[in-house]
Ligand binder design. Structure first.
Ligand SMILES: NC(=O)c1ccc[n+]([C@@H]2O[C@H](COP(=O)([O-])OP(=O)(O)OC[C@H]3O[C@@H](n4cnc5c(N)ncnc54)[C@H](O)[C@@H]3O)[C@@H](O)[C@H]2O)c1
Ligand SMILES: O=C(O)C[C@H](O)C(=O)O
Length: 193
C-alpha cells in the first residue's frame, strides 16, 4: 500500500495483524526508500558524482525530523546540515508544488519498485541484500524504527545497527525520538479503538 503517515500506519497494520493472529515481524515493512533515493540524489548533485555509486543510509521514520540521513558515513562537510533539511523536506516540497493535485507519485513509484525488487530478490535467495526500512526493531527503545535491514527468504533476516554517527546525527536522533514515539503510539491507539 502506498499511504501515509508511515510512522503511524505501520503500527496500525502491526496491531491489526496481531489481533488476527497473523503478525509476522519479519514481513511487515514501512518503505522509507524514497528518503534514501532523495538523500543520495541530493548528495550526488552536491558532490557532482554519479548517483548510482552513492549509498546513504536513512534511519528513523518517514516524516520531517524523524528522517535522519547518515551522510557522515560517506562524506563530511558543512553541506550536511542543508542536505539533511532538504531530504527531510523533500516530500513536502513536491506536495506543496503540486498544490492539491496529488502527492510525490512518480518518485514514490520509483522507490516502491526498488524496494519491491529487493524483496523479490531476497525471497529468491539473492545474498547480501541490505535496504533501509521501518520495521520492528531493537536498535533503539522505540518498537519500530527504520535502519539497514538484511532481506532474505523470510523477509527481514537481520536488523542491522546504526554504525558510526556524527554529533549532528546523534543530536538529530535525540531530537526526533519523542515525535516518532508519539506517532507510533497514535497508530497503536487508533488500531485498538
Ligand atoms: N509514504 C510515502 O513515501 C509516500 C509517497 C508518496 C505518496 N504517499 C501517499 O500515497 C497516497 C496517494 O498519493 P497520490 O499521489 O496517489 O495522491 P492523489 O491525491 O493523487 O490520490 C489520492 C486518491 O484518494 C482518493 N480519496 C481521497 N479520500 C478518499 C476517501 N475517503 N475514500 C476513498 N478514496 C479517497 C482521491 O479521490 C484520490 O483519487 C497519499 O496518502 C500520499 O500521502 C506516500
Ligand atoms: O505524501 C506525502 O506527503 C509525501 C511523501 O511522504 C513523500 O515523502 O514524498
Amino acid at each position: 500500500m502506498i499511504s501515509n503517515p508511515v510512522n503511524s500506519t505501520v503500527p496500525i497494520a502491526a496491531e491489526v495483524f496481531k489481533k488476527a493472529g497473523t503478525y509476522d515481524e519479519k514481513r511487515l515493512f514501512g518503505v522509507t526508500t524514497l528518503d534514501v533515493v532523495r538523500a543520495r540524489t541530493f548528495y550526488a548533485g552536491k558532490a557532482n558524482v554519479p548517483v548510482a555509486g552513492v549509498n546513504i543510509p536513512v534511519v528513523g521514520g518517514h516524516a520531517g525530523v524523524t528522517i535522519i540521513p547518515l551522510f557522515s558515513q560517506n562524506f563530511s562537510g558543512e553541506e550536511i546540515v542543508a542536505l539533511t533539511k532538504r531530504t527531510q523536506d523533500g516530500g513536502t516540497e513536491v506536495v506543496e508544488a503540486k498544490a492539491g493535485k496529488g502527492s510525490t507519485t512518480s518518485s514514490m513509484a520509483y522507490a516502491g519498485a526498488l524496494f519491491a525488487d529487493a524483496c523479490l530478490k531476497g525471497l529468491n535467495g539473492f545474498p547480501d541484500l541490505v535496504e533501509c526500512t521501518f520495521v520492528q526493531s531493537n536498535v533503539t527503545k522505540l518498537p519500530l524504527f527504520a535502519s539497514k535491514v538484511r532481506l532474505g527468504k523470510n523477509g527481514v533476516e537481520e536488523v542491522l545497527g546504526l554504525g558510526p554517527l556524527s554529533d549532528f546525527e546523534k543530536q538529530g536522533l535525540e531530537n526526533m525520538k519523542s515525535e516518532l514515539k508519539s506517532s507510533i503510539e497514535k497508530g497503536i491507539t487508533f488500531a485498538n479503538k
